[in-house]
Design a binder for this molecule. Structure first.
Ligand code: HPA
Length: 249
């Protein structure tokens, strides 16, 4: 079964026929909320709102370990993350959808591994290619089928938040090679890898990153809401096609 972890602006899926909802407890604590199970066009899906259904969890407060553990426990075999980002590269303007292929992690102090604690062996997982290529290809094919433009590849910088970045920090991220900046991409991707769950992201550019384009003087939260309001219709269409394609024999 495919899971969708919905980010800001996506707390439900329109075409979803709900078949159940479950609160799952894990050895790592509580997930962000109950998991909603359902079907879209013949495909099964488990949906989890990353920030909680009332959007009450900040990026650094999310229990990423519990979220992925709960999904796997419920039979999930592939994960699509929907996330909102700031665009650093000029070509990635507000409203652009991107399927990133690389990550640079600037987060700190988050519980970022399952392999810790007394008596636990040290485990190093390979993370050369942080996203699953087959899942990225599935998302890109679903977007094409839905008639929605999506950019293939981009390097995602994961920042701690919850504050937005300074203009100088964005300059630094660009020098590092980042195209997009968001706050929830890590440790989610790494934890999925530790659990052996194929994982990819569909990132929605909500705004030009700090100091860039229309965000030259400040990032307008009102404008972000307007952009997401429009873009989430496209995101939903892609997400629903991903579920359908994943469910096809
Ligand atoms: N920076 C970090 N995270 C974000 C941004 C941003 O500009 N926009 C949406 N999520």
């Amino acid at each position: 079964m495919l899971a969708i972890i919905g980010g800001s602006g996506l707390t439900e899926l329109a075409g979803l026929v709900t078949t159940g909802r479950q609160v799952v407890r894990t050895p790592y604590g509580e997930p962000s909320g109950p998991i909603t199970f359902g079907r879209i066009g013949g495909g099964e899906v488990a949906f989890l709102a990353r920030h909680g259904y009332g959007h009450t969890l900040a990026p650094h407060e999310i229990n990423y370990r519990a979220n992925l553990w709960a999904l796997r426990e419920k039979g999930v075999t592939r994960v699509l993350s929907i996330c909102t980002v700031g665009g650093i590269a000029a070509a990635l303007g507000p409203g652009t959808l991107v399927v990133p292929h690389q990550i640079i992690d600037y987060t700190w102090g988050r519980k970022s591994t399952y392999h810790e604690g007394a008596g636990q062996p040290v485990v190093h997982v390979d993370f050369t290619h942080p996203y699953c290529e087959a899942t990225r290809a599935l998302v890109l094919a679903a977007a094409a089928e839905a008639g929605v433009a999506a950019v293939d590849r981009g390097t995602y910088a994961a920042t701690q938040g919850p504050r937005l970045e300074t203009a100088a920090e964005i300059d630094r991220l660009e020098r590092d090679g980042a195209d997009l900046v968001g706050m929830t991409g890590m440790p989610e991707a790494a934890l999925a890898r530790e659990l052996g769950l194929p994982y990819a992201a569909l990132a929605v550019v909500a705004n030009a990153a700090a100091g860039r384009g229309a965000s030259g003087d400040a990032i307008s939260l009102a404008r972000i809401e307007a952009v997401l309001g429009e873009a989430m219709g496209r995101v939903r269409r892609v997400a629903e096609k991903v579920v359908e394609r994943h469910g096809r024999p």
